[in-house]
Design a protein around this ligand. Sequence first.
Ligand code: XMP
Ligand code: MG
Length: 182
Amino acid sequence: MQPDETVTILDLTFTPLFSEQKVQARVRELGTALTDRFAGQKPLFISILSGAFVFASDLIRSFKGDCEVGFVKLSSYKGTQSTGSIQTVMGLEKEIAGRHLIVVEDIVDTGRTLHYFLNLLEQQRPASICAVTFLRKPEAAAFPVQVDFVGFDIEDKFVVGYGLDYEGWGRNLPGVYQLSAG
Ligand code: XMP
Ligand code: MG
């Protein structure tokens, strides 16, 4: 279904940005690209909770090959603004030394979250680290961070849907919606 309707979440109104079909097609492309890149390497996907759980669940199912999946919860956002400090809420239980890691993020905004997390992973001597993000806001990139695969580059507007939330709501929307001006 085309997301041609605006949605209201609490006090804010959002307009359609990417349809479910567009999202699904792009995620399949990323899955195919990762399948090619990691053929025979048995990678460990690390999904950053909470926002990336929807993207990660589709991405791993379009990955054709052996893999494991782990989760870590990091959070820097309150409402629609980055708070500037990262709190690791839930740690990774998997051994990552010597593993090929695919870090799955919902959105790179300032880059702070990914910058912090990739550095943390580096210290544990993985065989390689590949960073995949569903969305990226290039205008807001204050922390230089290498992202290997990007679903969509978007403008610097707050978005919800496909795992992304406003105050906990909107994660179940199958498409992506952006905050209306005004
Ligand atoms: P940084 O600034 O660390 O931000 O790159 C990344 C994290 O911030 C959250 N984020 C958003 N969440 N809509 C959301 O629902 C947005 O537009 C948005 N921008 C950033 C997100 O959790 C991400 O992991
Ligand atoms: Mg969030």
